[in-house]
Design a protein around this ligand. Structure first.
Ligand code: ZN
Length: 186
């Protein structure tokens, strides 16, 4: 009997382990092989037609990026992620936020208090849905990211409330590795 319990406990532990691995899998970088404009280093502006975007973006990313969609709250693994690295635009690769400016706002979407640079983001007034909000868009490809509110923590007092689907995460270690390999080649 005791052995059976032990076996069951083992199985449960194994299952839990594979579950947590699954959720980590989700955080891995997205497949951008079909996206010719995706670049984590280029700063050239991207200007594509809606039709072209539709061809190269996954349907859920397209809905957020080009149709100003909003993902379900608490649906993004990035909301609670504490991994160290850089968050890029999932549509074009533009660097948007560093993980050290991310905070838990409890609003259900990944939240940051400061973008990576002044030009990484575009601000547009948004008066839809009977609210006065400020929309934030990617500074390189104008993808809809989310909104910015003035109830964030110091030092900025801002809360950039961003759809996780439009974020592509680059782990600090992966970036370091790529940098070292590039230097080796030279
Ligand atoms: Zn972009």
């Amino acid at each position: 009997m005791y052995v059976k319990f032990a076996l069951l406990a083992c199985l449960l532990a194994f299952q839990q382990c594979s579950f947590s691995q699954q959720s980590k899998e989700k955080i891995k970088s997205m497949d951008t092989s079909k996206n010719p404009v995706f670049s984590r280093s280029s700063t050239d502006k991207v200007n594509l037609s809606e039709e072209e975007w539709k061809k190269i973006l996954p349907a859920d990313v397209y809905h957020i990026a080009r149709q100003k969609g909003t993902e379900r709250p608490w649906s993004s693994p990035f909301e609670t992620s504490k991994e160290i690295g850089t968050y890029h635009c999932a549509a074009c690769g533009n660097a948007l936020f560093q993980s050290d400016t991310k905070f838990e706002s409890g609003c259900g979407w990944p939240s940051f208090y400061q973008p990576i640079s002044k030009t990484s983001i575009i601000y547009t007034p948004d008066n839809t849905h009977g609210m006065r909000r400020t929309e934030v868009q990617c500074g390189r490809c104008k993808a809809h990211l989310g909104h910015v509110f003035e109830d964030g923590p110091p030092p900025t007092g801002l809360r950039y409330c961003i759809n996780g689907l439009i974020l592509d995460f680059a782990k600090a270690k992966a970036a370091e590795k790529a940098y070292n390999e590039k230097n080796k080649e030279q």
